[in-house]
Design a protein around this ligand. Structure first.
Ligand SMILES: Nc1nc2c(c(=O)[nH]1)N[C@H]1C(S)=C(S)[C@@H](COP(=O)(O)O)O[C@H]1N2
Ligand SMILES: [Mo]
Length: 340
């Protein structure tokens, strides 16, 4: 994971404009009746004639045209009191190398990604293999609001209100065999839709499909979420629609996006970043301020909140990203430095 300094041309309008100005522009557009979750092409052209977006940018201010749907979810106490990262940043500052390695590439290259129909297959060492459709993902398990901290290994963080259900609920339904010890996950492989899978250069040298894994007890922990939404609506493609993993006590690369396969097995599965740079990215990847990345410190992080991405505040990194009460017991006999 390289830390790239974005070129000026890659910086989104909403990173350069103070949030209040940016918001009031959206308000003006709303009053004019020409801004919705997805701005129709004619309205975009009209907005450009008005010079409201400026330059030759023909997209809505947050860069999204994909249509998301509202979700009904049960409120939960997770994340009470956390400061929310603005939705505009969660939607435009992303890592999803299948759509390019720049933070603005996923939103730019994924708006036509097809998420319905979708099939998520659950197989391997289970008594009841399953195939879930797009509708199953949204309706089979009761949805919950889960407001979690998210910490990328690159030392930035966000607080994101997810919608989803515990991975444990799905695994219980599939009924793991006694021999199952690990869970492997796989992202869609579709070079036609994902430019990073067509070119090693665009895709950051990763061998696709992107794969991840958890120990079965980590997968069964109540915190481990299969997310189908954020900010009360279905996921946008750049965030891993229609279904992605969220493991809030681990570095973000464990939270694999756009999953098509969940496979239970006996041996520890291979994982994408570990294959690419084994001495930098381990299988466990637990957030830990005392275990530095070989090329940078993990003691503190840049929290992405209101205001410019470049002026975000530094804050100390929390052990297990603040979830030690929920997960420390999983690692009592483990050397966390050796098992990074
Ligand atoms: N398939 C896939 N999943 C992925 C990635 C990716 O490149 N491909 N990037 C990971 C990384 S490094 C992070 S930090 C999170 C970012 O999630 P977000 O963009 O929704 O905040 O997604 C993770 N899941
Ligand atoms: Mo990350």
């Amino acid at each position: 994971m390289l830390i790239r300094v974005p070129k000026k041309s890659e910086i989104k309008e909403n990173e350069l404009t103070p949030e209040s100005v940016y918001k009031s522009r959206r308000e003006i557009l709303k009053k004019l009746g020409i801004v919705t979750a997805s701005l129709p092409f004619a309205a975009q052209a009209q907005a450009n004639i008005f010079g409201i977006f400026g330059g030759d940018d023909d997209k809505a201010a947050d860069g999204t045209t994909f249509v998301r749907s509202p979700l009904v979810a049960e409120k939960t106490p997770y994340g009470k009191g956390l400061e929310t990262t603005p939705e505009s940043k969660v939607l435009t500052y992303n890592n999803f190398y299948e759509f390019g390695t720049g933070k603005g590439d996923p939103v730019e290259n994924s708006q036509n990604f097809v998420v319905n129909p979708w099939t998520l297959e659950v197989d391997g060492l289970v008594n009841k293999p399953m195939k879930l459709s797009y509708d199953d993902l949204l309706k089979k398990f009761p949805l919950e609001d889960r407001f979690y901290r998210m910490r990328c290994v690159e030392a930035w963080s966000m607080n994101i209100p997810w919608v989803g259900f515990s991975l444990a609920a799905l695994l219980k339904e599939a009924d793991p065999m006694g021999s199952a010890k690990y869970v492997a996950f796989e992202t869609l492989h579709d070079p036609k839709q994902m430019p990073g899978q067509r070119s090693q250069f665009v895709g950051g040298g990763i061998d696709y499909p992107y794969v991840e894994g958890l120990r079965l007890d980590e997968a069964m922990n109540p915190l481990t979420l299969l997310s189908v939404g954020l900010f009360g609506q279905t996921l946008a493609p750049q965030n891993g629609a229609p279904v992605r993993l969220v493991v809030p006590w681990k570095y973000g690369f464990k939270s694999i996006k756009s999953i098509v396969k969940i496979h239970l097995l006996e041996a520890q599965p291979a994982t994408t970043w570990n294959l690419l740079a084994p001495h930098e990215y381990g299988f466990y990847a637990n957030v830990n301020p005392q275990v530095d990345h070989p090329r940078w410190s993990q003691a503190s992080e840049r929290f992405i909140g209101e205001g410019s991405i470049f002026s975000s505040r530094r804050q100390p990194t929390a052990m297990f990203n603040g979830y030690q009460e929920e997960v420390a017991h999983l690692y009592t006999d483990m050397n966390l430095k050796a098992n990074y």
